[in-house]
Design a protein around this ligand. Sequence first.
Ligand SMILES: [Mg+2]
Length: 393
Amino acid sequence: MKITRVQSRPIRIPLKRFFYNSKDAGTKCEWDGKLSRVTPKRPSPILEYVLVEIETDEGVTGIGEAPADIGFFGQFLESIGHAIDDYLGPLLVGREPFDIPALMERINFRENSCAKSGIDMALHDLVGKVHNVSVCEMLGGRKRERIPVAVEIAGGSPDDMADECLKYMKMNVRAFKPKIGSYPDKDAQRLRAIREAVGPDVSIRADANRGYTVEEAIELCHLAEKYHVNLELLEQPVDPCDLPGMARVCRETNIPIEADESCFGPGDAAAVVREKAADVLNIKLGKAGGFLNAMRIDALAHAAGLDCVIGTAFGLGLGIAGKLHLASAMERFTGAVEFTELGLHGPLLKGRWDKDLALPLDEDGCLPVPTGPGLGVELDHDQVEHVTVHGIT
Ligand SMILES: [Mg+2]
């Protein structure tokens, strides 16, 4: 069996609102502009993805998905499409698809982690279909059948953020990650309002999106303890390059500190471990460059005694299924897996999975790990065609 074609398809989904929005006068970081990914080319609220299709001479096709987001990944729709169609994909054409590590090594140039993650996902889907095994079984085993779900809560006033959590709780969501990272005292009030609204049994972790100084991060942690927020962890409190600063926050607080922007691929993860810069590593397929590197980070964390979180990068149904397979196969991860996309758009899948991988969650706040070969899900072509971008300029 030989790979005959590697082809990208750009996807754009309009949203009703910017996700990371806040008009709160107390915010020092401009959430509205900085994190809503507003540029002259993308002035409206959207999410973008790139699908990757890998065809073979025996008629079996694998499909994967990459996130496109200049704001977080520094990689965007046009760059990911070009990387796949013009540079990385052609290096795989004519090759057998089965030795995925060797194929990924062939395209292991610097950067382009999102494009690589889409290719890696499509290769796993393809080989899983050929061998009639699920992706989680290829990654190390189906260790879990259902995965607990968390969603992010956009920054805003304490009451608005608490109300948003209550809205999701009606759909069985039992874990939240509010976006903070403005002023510690204001953020602590946000977290306190959320805890008071959701009660003691719901998980709250917070993402500062690198918004604090070291001193502010330590202050936020102390305030969260003072207000009995019972914060599960604090994500990326300071600048991603400031590993000594992250290490100091870890040393001087009791709340577990998580590295997100500080931890893209396995090399970053190794640096975080060496510097003792986090208690928890955040894994996203788009950052890591696919399942293979995600499992390498998992192994590294396991060996170093750290935990992992599987973070959100939004996603269509392939991305959701991919994270569920990863979560099923990993040695261990902390708490719930983040699926903020569930509240923003549908998974665009065929058949039962279009409802099964969507809100509301089951009564335990979980999503099921898809069964069947490869990713175990298929995109609904009519829905996908509707959001395909034709003629990118
Ligand atoms: Mg984050």
